[in-house]
Design a protein around this ligand. Structure first.
Ligand SMILES: CC(C)(COP(=O)(O)OP(=O)(O)OC[C@H]1O[C@@H](n2cnc3c(N)ncnc32)[C@H](O)[C@@H]1OP(=O)(O)O)[C@@H](O)C(=O)NCCC(=O)NCCS
Length: 150
C-alpha cells in the first residue's frame, strides 16, 4: 500500500459534518442533533479537556473517537474517562485507523492521569466488542442498570 498522509488530531468544530456523515454510514442513524449537542459540550471553553480524536487521510476526516473525562463524578473518586462513540468510514476500514485513534486516545488519557476508560457496547454488536477486546478492554465490575420509563 502506498504511504498515505495520515494524521491523528483533536476534534474541532469544522469536523461536525464529517462525523455526522460517518456515523450515518456505520450506525445507519441520522443523529445530527445528538452530535450538534455533543460538539457544543466538548468544544465549550469551560469544558475541561477535549479528548476526542479524529483521523485525517489526505485532508479528509475518515474516523473519530468521541470521549469525555470525569474528575471524581458519580461517586467514583478516581479520574476516569468514557468513549461515547467511535466510527470509521467504511472505505477506510481494516487499515488500522480505529486502532491508531484508540492508541492516541489512551496515550492522552495516560497523560491526563486517567485511571480507567469505560465504554458501552450493545451485547449483540460482536464486531465492536471484538475490536475493543483486541485492545485490552474487558467486562467492567461496574454494573449498567436500567429502568424503562412508563
Ligand atoms: C469497529 C470499527 C471502529 C473498526 O474500525 P477500523 O478502522 O476498521 O479498525 P482497525 O482497522 O483498527 O481494526 C479492524 C481490523 O483490521 C485489522 N487491521 C488493523 N490494522 C490493519 C492494517 N494496518 N492493515 C490491515 N488490517 C489491519 C485488524 O486485524 C482488526 O481486526 P480486529 O478487530 O479483529 O483486531 C469500525 O468498523 C466502525 O466504525 N464500526 C461501527 C461502530 C459503530 O457502530 N459506531 C456507532 C456506535 S458507537
Amino acid at each position: 500500500m502506498p504511504a498515505e498522509n495520515r494524521i491523528m488530531r483533536v476534534l474541532k468544530r469544522d469536523d461536525l459534518k464529517a462525523v455526522i456523515a460517518i456515523d450515518a454510514l456505520v450506525s445507519k442513524q441520522q443523529r445530527d442533533e445528538y452530535y450538534e449537542r455533543k460538539f457544543d459540550s466538548i468544544l465549550n471553553t469551560t469544558h475541561n479537556i477535549n479528548s476526542s480524536i479524529v483521523c485525517e487521510i489526505a485532508g479528509r476526516v475518515v474516523g473519530f473517537i468521541m470521549g469525555d473525562v470525569y474528575f471524581g463524578e458519580f461517586g467514583i473518586p478516581e479520574t476516569n474517562a468514557t468513549i461515547d462513540t467511535i466510527g470509521v468510514h467504511p472505505e477506510f476500514a481494516n487499515r488500522g485507523v480505529a486502532s491508531e485513534m484508540l492508541d492516541q486516545f489512551m496515550m492522552n488519557m495516560k497523560a491526563a492521569r486517567v485511571g480507567k476508560v469505560y465504554t458501552l457496547v450493545n451485547w449483540d454488536d460482536f464486531a465492536l466488542e471484538k475490536f475493543f477486546a483486541h485492545h485490552k478492554f474487558a467486562p467492567s465490575k461496574r454494573v449498567n442498570l436500567e429502568c424503562t420509563v412508563i
